[in-house]
Design a protein. Structure first.
Length: 549
């Protein structure tokens, strides 16, 4: 297919662009295969380059011969284009709709993008399981790397290399996989250096109404426990939902078959509910016409903050079991690709200071999201402005980033990265020139040859000139476990995402610049103090201790 077939009118002059808190711009609108571009001859005017992949939906309005297109973006932006001529407006609108809903992944922009920067580091090699396993081997000899899934036949959503207990052979892993939804048998997610406890993740067991059991699954899970130790199975569903799953062939672990494990149910909303929650939240944030009480009421009715609280509470529980109770943990919901990954990732941020660095956080996303089989292509197909009923779209990753932001806000000195880093990840998960978030699994990404045909997001981010934008000036390495508050008054609306396009950022930008200036000035003063101390020490060495009158 040629993109030209979808572009009915490639160029229109005299188009007027309206954006909140920015001056109106008149210029020429151009459509390419991947971008909507508006350029102007006005001085000091920033051009608009918008990826078609970033467009969630559009609305058309007409007044006489003047047409207006409201473009609603996946990054929650809303822009208005006034286009002279009804035919031109209709052509532009139908072209945008066609170009923003391409079915073929290989037609997306990452396959056509050629970087203008020098690729110093291959981001596709950021996380190599063999290298990560060497670190684990230096701490314990109880685990091994298994190639049981090398052709992705045991579990289509798992990577080819998996960390499993040393005493469990591949045949047992295959039997355990047949007992878990989608073949997602328990694998290592995190090893806690402090006490040797571990966190594993999996999908629900297929116990069904007959109470089916699997000796290999039981043996696999018990192999992670030290002698005399107990473990906790954290099921991210309510008891009622888990019971209903039994009728459909799923279910949960019977404690009689797992006597060393205690099962805890923590209610975390499922993906379809999260999508509705996001739609209501963005609706409330865009509605400036009501009183503060009405606005707060709509905000609460969206249940977004409740979802943040649920996820953080469950992650804190997992972290407490590991660090404070000295117990190993297995986390799963139904499929093990959504709420499970939110919980295991957040628990690691709480427990492991390495995950609070930029590179450590990137590795966490690679290991716990991309390689663990979170279906980014499905979940991020549409955002808050989707027209139809949600199919498999859900802001699972955005909710995770929101929870990270909540912890960052409570511990502003413990993270190497700033809020902009999290916002950037949100944007690229939904629409990007990089191939990192394409596909739904490692198997799909290999089939698409992403590492050969596209550039990794990490190749761009990890260049010194880009990293500067994402560094937190307040960062001081903190090797301790951090415990975020989940009290309602401690959890705020993430204005940097949800109100970003509804208010001017001038005051915030000025405040950030002033903070950076104060920090730099403080460093200068500290350097002067250190210099004076050295001079004083030198004088004392040469002349003996100085006498004070």
């Amino acid at each position: 297919m040629e993109f030209a077939e979808l572009i009915k009118t490639p160029r229109v002059d005299g188009v007027v662009l309206h954006r909140p808190f920015m001056p109106t711009v008149e210029g020429t609108l151009c459509l390419t295969g991947h971008h909507l571009i508006l350029s102007s001859r006005q001085d000091n005017t920033e051009e608009l380059w918008l990826l078609h992949a970033n467009i969630d939906s559009i609305e058309k309005r007409f007044i006489g011969s003047l047409g207006t297109i409201i473009v609603k973006c996946k990054d929650l932006r809303v822009i208005q284009l006034d286009i002279p001529g009804m035919e031109e407006c209709l052509n532009i609108a139908s072209s945008i709709e066609a170009l923003s809903t391409l079915d073929s992944v290989s037609l997306m922009y990452p396959f056509f993008y050629r970087p203008l920067f020098e690729v110093i580091e291959d981001g596709w090699q950021l996380f190599v399981p063999e290298e990560a396993f060497k670190d684990l081997e230096s701490m314990t000899d109880e685990w091994r790397l298994s190639e049981v899934n090398k052709d992705f036949s045991v579990c289509p959503s798992y990577p080819s290399l998996l960390t499993v207990p040393k005493d469990i052979d591949d045949e047992s892993l295959c039997k355990a996989a047949s007992f878990r939804h989608g073949g997602r048998f328990p694998v290592l997610s995190y090893y806690h250096k402090k006490n040797g406890m571990v966190m594993m993740r999996a999908a629900q067991p297929l116990t069904g109404t007959n109470g089916r059991r699997c000796k290999e699954d039981e043996k696999l899970i018990n192999a992670t426990l030290c002698a005399g130790k107990r473990g906790y199975i954290i099921d991210t569903r309510t008891v009622a939902v888990a019971q209903q799953a039994k009728a459909r062939g799923g279910g949960f672990e019977q404690e009689a078959n797992y006597p060393q494990w205690r099962r805890i149910h923590k209610a975390v909303e499922r993906s379809n509910v999260l999508q509705e929650s996001l739609i209501k939240l963005v609706e409330a944030c865009n509605d400036q016409s009501h009183s503060m009480d009405r606005w707060l009421s709509k905000l609460e009715a969206s249940n977004w903050q409740s979802n943040v609280k649920e996820i953080l509470t469950t992650a804190c529980l997992a972290a407490q079991c590991i660090d404070r109770e000295g117990a190993s943990v297995l986390v799963h919901g139904t499929e093990g690709t959504d709420s499970t990954l939110q919980v295991t990732s957040l628990a690691q941020i709480i427990l492991d200071p390495a995950c609070r660095t930029i590179r450590g956080f990137e590795v966490l996303i690679e290991r716990e999201w991309l390689q663990a089989g979170h279906p980014f292509q499905q979940r991020c197909a549409q955002s808050a402005y989707s027209n139809g009923k949600p199919r498999s779209e859900a802001p699972v990753f955005l909710l995770f980033l929101d929870c990270v932001w909540q912890i960052l806000r409570q511990f502003p000195c413990s993270f190497q990265f700033n809020e902009n880093f999290l916002i950037m990840l949100f944007e690229h998960a939904y629409a990007s020139q990089f191939g990192t978030f394409l596909g739904n699994s490692v198997a799909e990404r290999l089939k698409l040859l992403l590492s050969q045909k596209t550039v990794s997001l990490w190749s761009w981010v990890n260049r010194p000139q880009e990293l500067e934008r994402f560094l937190n000036p307040l960062y001081e390495p903190n090797n301790l476990v951090i415990w975020p508050s989940v009290a309602p008054q401690s959890l705020l609306l993430w204005e940097g995402v949800f109100l970003r396009w509804n208010r001017s950022s001038k005051c915030l930008d000025e405040a950030n610049q002033e903070m950076v200036h104060i920090i730099e000035y403080n460093k200068e003063l500290q350097n002067k103090v250190n210099s004076l101390r050295r001079q004083l020490a030198q004088l004392e060495t040469e002349d003996g201790p100085l006498q004070t009158p």
